[in-house]
Design a binder for this molecule. Structure first.
Ligand SMILES: NC(=O)c1ccc[n+]([C@@H]2O[C@H](COP(=O)([O-])OP(=O)(O)OC[C@H]3O[C@@H](n4cnc5c(N)ncnc54)[C@H](OP(=O)(O)O)[C@@H]3O)[C@@H](O)[C@H]2O)c1
Length: 264
C-alpha cells in the first residue's frame, strides 16, 4: 500500500454506540478508518466486524483518552504508522446525571478531560496534517443539551456547551481554509445501558426524541461532508432547541428543572 496516497478518517469512541455506527457508515462509503477507544475487547471486535463487511483499511489504537497525554500519543501513533488523516471525528465522551454535589469530583474531572481536553488536543495536533489535504473535515460531538443548561447534568451540559462554542469558533477561524468544522447535537440516542435507564426514567416523553445510532451516524457523516455548521438529527430535537431559544431564561430553566428532576 502506498501510504502517502491513502486517506484515513480517525474516529474516537469508535467501539460502541454512535462512534461505532459512524465507523460503519464511513466504511460503507469506502473510507479507510483509524479507530480509537478504550483498550477493551470491543475495539478489535468492531474492527473485525467492519473488515468482514467492507474492504477498507483499518488501524486501531486502544487508549484512555481521559489521560492528559493521550491526544499526543494518538498523534505519534498515527505518525509512526505513516497514516494520512483527512477527517477527524471527536466522538468519545460520557455524561453522568445527579445532584451536582453527589457525583465524585474525580469523575467530573475525567468527563472534562475526555469531552473537552481530548477534543482540543486532537484538533491541535492534527490540524497541521488536515491542512495538507485538498479538503478536510473535523466533526465534534456535542449534544442537544449544549443549548439547554440542564439541572442535574450541570457538568455534562457544560462540557457539551464547550464543544459547541469551540466548534463554531474554530470553524470561523478556518473558514477560508480547506478544513470544514461541524458540530453535531443529537437528542437521546439508544446506545449504552446507562442511557437506556435515563430514557426509561423519562417515560413516553423521551420516546418522541429517541434516535437510533445508525440514523444519527448517517445524518452526521452526510452533514459533515456537506460542510454543515451545526447538525441536529431529527425534527423533534430541532424544534425543541428552536422553541427554547425564544423562551425567557428563568421560564426555560424552571421547565428544565422539572423535566430533569428524575435524575436527582
Ligand atoms: N447516547 C446519547 O443519548 C447521546 C446524545 C447526545 C450526545 N451523545 C454523545 O455522543 C458520544 C458517544 O456517545 P454514546 O452514547 O455512543 O457512548 P457509548 O455507547 O458509551 O460509547 C462511548 C465510546 O467512547 C469510548 N470511550 C469511553 N471512554 C473513553 C476513554 N476514556 N478513552 C477512550 N475512549 C473512551 C468507549 O469505549 P469502550 O466501549 O471501550 O468503553 C466507546 O467506544 C458522546 O460524546 C456522548 O456525549 C450521546
Amino acid at each position: 500500500m502506498d501510504k502517502q496516497n491513502v486517506r484515513f478518517t480517525l474516529i474516537t469512541g469508535a467501539s460502541s454506540g454512535i462512534g461505532k455506527a459512524m465507523a460503519f457508515e464511513c466504511a460503507a462509503m469506502g473510507r479507510n478508518l483509524l479507530l480509537v477507544a478504550l483498550d477493551e475487547p470491543a475495539l478489535p471486535a468492531t474492527v473485525e466486524d467492519i473488515r468482514g463487511r467492507y474492504g477498507v483499511t483499518i488501524g486501531h489504537l486502544g487508549i484512555d483518552l481521559s489521560r492528559e497525554d493521550s491526544p499526543e500519543k494518538v498523534f505519534r501513533w498515527v505518525q509512526e504508522m505513516g497514516y494520512r488523516v483527512d477527517t477527524l471525528i471527536n466522538n468519545a465522551g460520557f455524561g453522568r446525571g445527579g445532584l451536582f454535589e453527589n457525583v465524585n469530583l474525580q469523575e467530573y474531572y475525567s468527563m472534562i478531560q475526555l469531552n473537552n481536553q481530548a477534543m482540543i488536543g486532537l484538533c491541535y495536533y492534527f490540524l497541521p496534517e488536515l491542512r495538507k489535504h485538498s479538503r478536510a473535515y473535523i466533526l465534534n460531538m456535542s449534544s442537544m443539551e449544549a443549548t439547554l443548561p440542564l439541572p442535574y447534568k450541570a457538568v455534562y451540559t457544560g462540557t457539551k456547551n464547550f464543544v459547541y462554542s469551540f466548534s463554531l469558533a474554530l470553524r470561523e477561524e478556518l473558514r477560508r481554509t480547506n478544513v470544514s468544522v461541524s458540530v453535531i447535537c443529537p437528542g437521546p440516542v439508544l446506545t449504552n445501558p446507562d442511557g437506556l435507564e435515563r430514557i426509561k426514567a423519562h417515560g413516553g416523553r423521551a420516546k418522541l426524541l429517541l434516535a437510533m445510532p445508525e440514523d444519527v451516524a448517517r445524518i452526521a457523516i452526510r452533514g459533515m461532508l456537506k460542510g454543515k455548521q451545526v447538525i441536529v438529527p431529527g425534527f423533534v430535537p430541532l424544534a425543541i432547541i428552536r422553541i427554547m431559544k425564544f423562551m425567557p431564561t428563568p421560564v426555560k430553566m424552571r421547565i428544565l428543572e422539572r423535566v430533569f428532576r428524575v435524575y436527582k
